[in-house]
Design a protein around this ligand. Structure first.
Ligand code: 0L1
Ligand code: MG
Length: 270
């Protein structure tokens, strides 16, 4: 175990050091122990670490293209003993084109989960308490999210996972449709670690639109902008399963399908 037990607030240097640790874990595909093993930090510091982590990715040329929500199922909230969703950021480097190969050697221990994505057609005015995020959405799509905790064995605290950008690793979006109501739609994911996983969009806070409203609240509190053109991943409709080689396909009733194909980099470059 490295680092020291801190009892006071995590200072700016420590925020940078912990962001660097998570960044190195991701870029070197090497897991790291829970930050909470060695550091006493809360949710505010965790979002500061996440912001520092994203600043590192942006300094390497990545562009923020969206946001994602986690802990949107009652079961996951109960498991973590929390009542708040968590929010992370998506970058262009995480985007996988629908149907394309995804190199498994990019990840430590990837899992995949079926989701619904919303597309923002205008900036969301977070300063306006009456802002209506639903009017800022022009399309929805089936989506696959690949999560890859940088923590050993996916063992983390609530603050850990916020700091780690909510395990965000990659995502694929299917065809966009100008649909509004995506409540209670059957979701089916096949391939990858499980023959078939079935669920419903109702697993996302009862209705994914509630995730949008929760997002506004979180982004307001955390100072995370929501911009026209960005994608919002609303949260998982089933439990995540390990992402393996071959095709993983997600179907959301009435919305269509999206898939990725897990491959090992044929050049063996890591
Ligand atoms: O997208 C998600 O719901 C995952 C949030 C992080 C928790 C995890 O890594 O399992
Ligand atoms: Mg997710």
């Amino acid at each position: 175990m490295s680092g020291s037990i801190l009892t006071g607030p995590v200072d700016a240097d420590t925020v940078e050091a912990l962001a660097a640790r998570l960044d190195t874990a991701q870029t070197s595909r090497t897991d790291t122990p829970s930050l909470a093993d060695t550091h006493d930090f809360g949710v505010d510091e965790a979002y500061a670490i996440q912001a520092a982590l994203l600043a590192r990715r942006e300094a390497r040329g990545e562009r923020i293209v969206g946001v994602k929500l986690g802990f949107t199922s009652k079961a996951k909230m109960a498991q973590m003993g929390v009542s708040d969703v968590i929010v992370g950021r998506l970058t262009d480097a995480m985007r996988v084109t629908d149907g394309d190969d995804v190199d498994l050697s990019r990840f430590i221990h990837p899992k995949v989960e079926p989701e619904v994505a919303y597309r923002l057609c205008r900036d969301v005015d977070l300063a306006d308490p009456t802002t209506d995020i639903e009017s800022c959405v022009d399309a929805v799509a089936p989506a696959l999210e690949i999560i890859d905790s940088r923590y050993r064995d996916f063992r983390f605290t609530y603050s850990d996972v916020v700091a780690d950008n909510t395990s965000a690793a990659a995502f694929a979006i299917g065809p966009w449709r100008p649909v509004r109501d995506v409540s209670n739609r059957a979701v089916r994911m096949v391939g990858s670690g499980a023959a078939e996983v079935v669920g419903s969009t109702a697993a996302v806070l009862g209705d994914p639109v509630r995730a949008l409203h929760a997002l506004v609240d979180m982004c307001r509190r955390r100072g995370i902008p929501l911009r026209a053109g960005q994608v919002v991943l609303a949260g998982a409709a089933t439990a995540a399963v390990p992402l393996t080689g071959g095709v993983t396909c997600c179907d959301v009733a009435g919305l269509g399908t999206v898939s990725v194909r897990g491959v090992r980099d044929v050049r063996g470059v890591r």
